[in-house]
Design a protein around this ligand. Structure first.
Ligand SMILES: [Zn+2]
Length: 447
């Protein structure tokens, strides 16, 4: 094997590498992958062998869209519980969203507060997005220098008062500033005028809620964002795409060379408006889960690359805020621990492969954020892995979730794909759904 002292060899008949799936032995030293060798390769003296047989060894997932809410709204979620849930679900890196915590990540001082809180609690590696607000343009360059991975903004109300949205003029100002230092703007794209014009009918009917968040709100906001990105040659990312009507716009922009990427989420790709029971606000999020026909087009867009990646948008609250009135219930779906099996279950039904899932949930999000040490089983990368039994099934029992609040839209569903263990820089961090020690590091943007 290599001349560095190999500490660990992970062996499987199915290792997912950038070149495809094959039987292999992966050598690890100093927390990094030092070689990907033949399955039968001799194990060096002193190295520990972990043989997973036919269970699949895949790169640890990278979830760039997690609302940890810590400090400030820790009754909703926190770094301890969120990163334990991530570890149990095969995720080895998360990026925390800048809002719902108090303070929000909108100044370097606030970033330091959040990092201090996260440091001792992180079971997986944790990085941070900054926030772009109407009044913090001067804070963006210092935040970039301090290591945030990019900046999130809203174009319509965010749901919390301390994180106001940008109007089109403010968007242009922030985007010009961010582009000036080579940064990335990630956008909650719903247009406020279309939302204002939509009927709001209080009550438990999902159809009423869906009508209050029309596709046009997304389509218009994305169209405006593309125009701004094109004018400034800016790099932008559309968060949590739900409306398939926006796909032709996005595909055309990409074909033209506009620097735009797009994510969608497990709930848009595995749940449908038709199945949401009235009053079941664990299914409420913004933009909303739409119809089955819309979902089919989102999957087509993943296949052709119009949608780049799948991330959770894990955005929990306490159970009492999940009332049966869709117009006032907290909007956010919890799925951090369940994203991989939820997506794999639907992907396999649609004839997609586990390699596809790894690209969408590990390689592509790592690339989005510039996490060059993450996202692939390849020499030189961090030794981050999930071990998955893709043919095994389980039924979602909220009691087995490590999320602080166990409200979930997936309760009772039978899913394919059991995460047997998770490994972070060569250390096992979860064993059959049970997280171990908090060995996660705080990450800062390198490039
Ligand atoms: Zn979000």
């Amino acid at each position: 094997m290599a001349d560095v002292a190999v500490e660990l060899v992970l062996r499987s008949t199915r290792v997912i590498t950038p070149e495809g799936t094959r039987a292999a032995s992966v050598a690890v030293a100093g927390g990094k992958i030092t070689a990907v060798l033949a399955y039968e390769a001799e194990v060096p003296a002193g190295a520990r062998l972990e043989d997973f047989g036919d269970d699949v060894l895949l790169p640890g997932l990278v979830d760039t869209h997690v609302h940890v809410n810590d400090p400030g709204r820790t009754e909703w979620e926190g770094f301890w519980t969120a990163t334990r849930a991530a570890a149990a679900g095969g995720i080895t890196t998360i990026l925390d969203m800048p809002l719902n915590s108090l303070p929000p990540t909108t100044t370097t001082d606030n970033l330091r507060v959040k990092q201090e809180v996260a440091r001792a609690k992180a079971h997986v590696d944790v990085g941070f997005w900054g926030g772009a607000l109407p009044d913090n343009v001067k804070d963006l360059a210092p935040l970039h220098d301090a290591g945030v991975y990019g900046f999130k903004c809203f174009l319509s109300p965010s749901g919390v008062d301390e994180f106001p949205e940008l109007d089109q003029e403010q968007l242009a100002t922030s985007l010009a500033e961010i582009t000036g230092f080579g940064g990335l703007l990630i956008v909650h794209a719903e247009d406020p005028h279309h939302l204002d014009a939509a009927p709001v009918v209080p009550g438990p009917k999902y159809a009423d809620f869906l009508a209050s968040r029309p596709r046009d709100a997304e389509n218009t906001a994305i169209g405006n964002l593309i125009a701004q990105a094109k004018r400034l040659n800016a790099r932008v990312h559309v968060l949590h795409l739900s409306s398939s009507d926006a796909l032709p716009l996005i595909a055309a922009a990409k074909a033209e060379g506009v620097r735009i990427t797009v994510e969608s989420c497990p709930h848009y790709l595995t749940l449908t408006a038709e199945e949401v029971p009235d009053g079941a606000s664990e299914f409420k999020c913004c933009p909303p889960i739409r119809e089955a026909a819309n979902q089919d087009l989102l999957w087509d867009a993943l296949a052709d690359g119009t949608i780049d990646c799948i991330v959770s948008d894990h955005s929990p609250s306490t159970a009492d805020l999940k009332t049966s009135d869709f117009s006032t219930a907290w909007g956010g779906i919890s799925s951090l621990q369940l994203g991989l099996p939820a997506i794999w279950t639907e992907a396999r039904r649609r004839g997609r492969t586990l390699e596809d899932v790894v690209r969408w949930m590990s390689a592509a999000p790592a690339e989005l954020a510039g996490l060059s040490r993450k996202g692939a089983i390849e020499v030189g990368r961090d030794a981050d892995f999930a071990v998955l039994a893709p043919e095994e099934t389980f039924t979602v029992d909220p009691a087995e979730l490590h999320h602080r609040n166990r409200v979930t839209a997936y309760a009772g569903k039978t899913l394919h794909g059991v995460v047997k263990s998770t490994w972070l820089r060569g250390t096992q961090i979860a064993d059959h759904g049970t997280p171990t020690e908090p060995t996660g590091l705080l990450l800062e943007r390198q490039n």
